[in-house]
Design a protein around this ligand. Structure first.
Ligand SMILES: C[S@@+](CC[C@H](N)C(=O)[O-])C[C@H]1O[C@@H](n2cnc3c(N)ncnc32)[C@H](O)[C@@H]1O
Length: 776
């Protein structure tokens, strides 16, 4: 940061709140219109700003953005070239004249200055007129939230390309959420927020830096009545406008949690010379080094290396503890003659491992495990005490699935498997359906499988077929269309436009585009809400999706409510165990909903209806994603996706003997109890230590060290991590079977990162529980 030029310093700011609204703003007007240089001010933004600065230096302090911070935003304007720019908080018009002029030079069409105090607004309007900017600047008097809503409702404000936030600090976040909900701030919008470090605006920084998952969680907490505005903002700032506004009002908008911001802090000077900081979005070029391919993989390998002693300590302590407790197999005292051979596939993932552990703890059976293993000997499941043997399967491959199918079938024959519990990942979904059919033929009538056949998998797994099927059994679905051409997408918008007047009440209907096949890259952008600000932008965006016959998309009505996911074990068309929990895109924290809650009951009813429709041969794991609209008993649930396979939410059953019994009865050809097993309440919440260590500790630490984050954010992260360590349970670690935990973090993941480095495979996210790497 360059040195501050002392000759430009404003008069010092007075104590308390006497530094504004004491008549100085009107005094400024007199100063300007009595200026000896008045004729040179007319039509010259530069000279008007210089005269305002002169007043601030020689007369009284003014709370303007000032020259130094102003330059940062002016540069941003030149880069972003906003057509429409909005500022929240105009005061006497300094930022409005500086940025209005910059926006005009960059080809901008409209600059809205939103100011609550009518006297200040009159000063802004007068000085804007003096500077000759009245054709681009529009001063809007009133509280920012009401003004935003009105401008949007009138159709004047359809999209904000750049927004400068410089008004009432606690309203930064609530106004931003309002803009998101109205979709006037959307993908590509840029925000510049003043004073986020001094005096400080932790809620705003937290919000713009949160993941989708964190924002959804927060929104839910707020929906449960915990919304507090201005937490962490100094009282002096919070109470700044009390003289005129006794009680501040806030927009209660939920925002759009799916919008992700890149944020960066920029330090600069207040016009008094204090160091201030603004936050503005980053562009790809300024992404710090630790998010780049090579450093990020190297850092994660290093983290794994450094934490070996801690993990080794826990493993050792677990073995010592287990020494004093009998091993699970010898403790269960089951009758060996009733032993069946159960094969669980997918045991490198938490879901498969959880099921083998439940079975080992609570049943007499011989449990064998299998999984694909791209890097030899790296599978965490291979080292688990819950399986009597581990087998490596060929990797399913869309072009030639035979090796995978053969390896699975020959294993089943060799081990004389009585029951196969499939927990395989999505890449083998259809193949597993085929294996059931073949295995039933080859292993005889006593063979059973917890896996749907391929026709069922196809019907449920493919997004558009699933929606059609659910519609056919008269259950509600969100409005959805399969699109194989860009024109089909645009057609839906055209029809929508015709209906637009009917939708005015809740704003224009929003859509998301989901790739029907598995496409990690497209999935990452899936939450872009359409249509965008203009028909042209929407058309351009649709083009980037490369929609075609080979790459079909599902266009689905966007429902803004919270998301839930479920896991169910269905045997012979009956639901045997069920759990529902709040969900998000990359779900790494699991909390069960109480089974008696109206939400959980409705999701169970839905699952039972699908299971019943499947008939007596319908056996497998079934999980749905739902979006909820409304609350309480009147909540309406929309299924958006089905995964006809196990969900990691099964981890919530880790204690459940009843669930083990359900599998066991099935293995013996009996139907078992009628009750539906749910996790014991209150159930533990689950997290993955490695994921939390990186997201709550490593990233905030690096962000702080490299000037992007604050100590406060790091301490919030540390507190969250500590809370999970102490009160939650790790999804992989159990005392009697600690090795998979060690292998996951010190063999499996480092091997993956090294592999990515060697092969130049870039990734955007990883899922610790499913061991999946998402391509960048
Ligand atoms: C720091 S000053 C803005 C300075 C101005 N951006 C500049 O740099 O020249 C903050 C202004 O926000 C206004 N304000 C505070 N809360 C507001 C709200 N809810 N809506 C609109 N304006 C608000 C205040 O009246 C005050 O004039």
């Amino acid at each position: 940061m360059a040195e501050f030029d002392q000759s430009k310093a404003y008069a010092p700011q007075e104590e308390g709140t006497s530094f504004f609204d004491d008549g100085r703003e009107i005094e400024l007007l007199h100063f300007m219109y009595e200026h000896p240089n008045l004729e040179n001010l007319r039509g010259s933004p530069k000279n008007v700003l210089a005269a305002i600065d002169e007043y601030g230096r020689t007369k009284k302090y003014l709370m303007n953005v000032g020259e130094d911070k102003g330059r940062i935003v002016s540069d941003l304007i030149a880069e972003v070239k906003p057509k429409t720019m909005v500022e929240l908080g105009g005061y006497v018009g300094y930022s409005c004249i500086l940025f209005g002029d910059a926006a005009r030079k960059a080809g901008g069409q409209r600059y809205y200055s939103l100011e609550r105090n009518p006297e200040f607004a009159a000063v802004i309007a007068s000085l804007v007129e003096l500077a000759g900017l009245s054709n681009i600047v529009k001063v809007v008097v009133g509280s920012s939230d009401a003004s935003i809503a009105r401008l949007h409702a009138n159709g004047d404000l359809k999209r904000i390309d750049l927004m400068f936030l410089d008004h009432y600090k606690p309203a930064y976040t609530t106004d931003l959420k309002l803009c998101e909900e109205l979709a006037i701030v959307s993908v590509g919008s840029v925000l510049a927020a003043d004073n986020v470090i001094k005096p400080g605006n932790p809620p705003y920084l937290e919000y713009v830096r949160s993941s989708v998952e964190e924002k959804r969680k927060r929104a839910q907490e707020e929906a449960n009545g915990k919304a507090v505005h201005g937490e962490g903002i100094p009282d002096k700032t919070v109470n700044q406008y009390q003289k005129r506004v006794m009680e501040e009002k806030f927009s209660n908008s939920k925002g759009d949690p799916n919008l992700i911001y890149e944020s960066r802090l920029v330090n600069s000077f207040e016009p008094t010379d204090h160091v201030a900081a603004m936050s503005s979005p980053t562009h790809q070029s300024s992404i710090p080094f630790f998010y780049r391919h090579v450093p990020k993989n190297v850092l994660l390998v290093l983290l794994s290396f450094i934490t070996v002693p801690v993990s080794a300590f826990f493993v050792l302590a677990s073995y010592i503890l287990s020494y004093f407790r009998p091993s699970p197999k010898s403790s269960n005292g089951h009758n060996a003659s009733r032993r069946k051979t159960i094969l669980v596939t997918g045991i490198s993932m938490t879901k498969g491992l959880t099921i083998t552990r439940i079975l080992t703890l609570h049943t007499p059976h011989c449990i064998i495990g299998a999984d694909i293993e791209a890097i030899p000997f790296s599978s965490p499941g291979r080292y688990s005490r819950s399986v009597s043997s581990f087998h490596t399967l060929e990797t399913p491959n869309g072009d030639n699935s035979e090796p995978y199918i053969d390896s699975l079938l020959s294993l089943m024959k060799k081990e004389k498997v009585d029951l196969w519990i499939s927990c395989s990942s999505v890449i083998g979904a259809l193949e597993d359906g085929e294996v059931v059919r073949l295995a039933e033929r080859e292993l005889g009538s006593d063979f059973r499988a917890v896996q749907f056949r391929e026709d069922v998998v196809e019907r449920l797994h493919e997004k558009d077929k699933f929606i059609n099927y659910i519609r056919s059994i008269a259950l509600p679905v969100p409005d959805s269309h399969r699109c194989e051409t860009n024109a089909q997408v645009l057609d839906v918008f055209l029809k929508e436009d015709a209906m637009r007047e009917y939708n005015v009440k809740d704003g224009r209907k929003k859509w998301i585009m989901k790739p029907i096949g598995v496409d990690d890259r497209a999935r990452a952008n899936m939450m872009t809400l359409l249509p965008l600000g203009s028909a042209d932008e929407t058309r351009k965006y649709i083009k980037t999706l490369n929609i075609g016959k080979e790459n079909p998309y599902q266009m689905q009505h966007y429902i803004s409510g919270p998301e839930y996911c479920t896991h169910a074990l269905v045997l012979n068309g009956k639901v045997k165990s069920f759990v529902a929990c709040p969900s998000s895109e990359l779900l790494m924290h699991y909390k069960a909903l109480p089974p008696t809650s109206s939400l959980a009951r409705k999701m169970l009813d839905f699952t039972e209806r699908v299971a019943e429709d499947g008939g007596a041969s319908f056996s497998g794991h079934l999980s749905f994603d739902f979006l909820a609209e409304g609350e309480g008993e009147s909540v309406r649930l929309y299924p958006i996706e089905c995964n006809p396979r196990a969900h990691t939410a099964v981890v919530l059953f880790r204690e459940s003997k009843a669930m083990a019994d359900a599998y066991s009865y099935f293995a013996s050809g009996r139907s078992g109890k009628k009750d539906i097993t749910t996790p014991m309440m209150p159930s533990w919440n689950y997290y993955w230590a490695g994921h939390d260590l990186v997201t709550f500790v490593l990233i905030p630490l690096l962000e702080m060290l490299f000037g992007r984050g604050s100590l406060e954010e790091l301490s919030i992260g540390l507190a969250e991590f500590w809370q999970h360590l102490v009160y939650w349970r790790d999804g992989t670690f159990v005392v009697w079977d600690p090795l998979p935990f060690f292998v996951l973090y010190h063999i499996y993941w480092p091997a993956q990162f090294v592999d990515c480095l060697l092969k130049g495979k870039e990734w955007s996210r990883i899922n610790v529980s499913t061991t999946k790497v998402f391509q960048a």
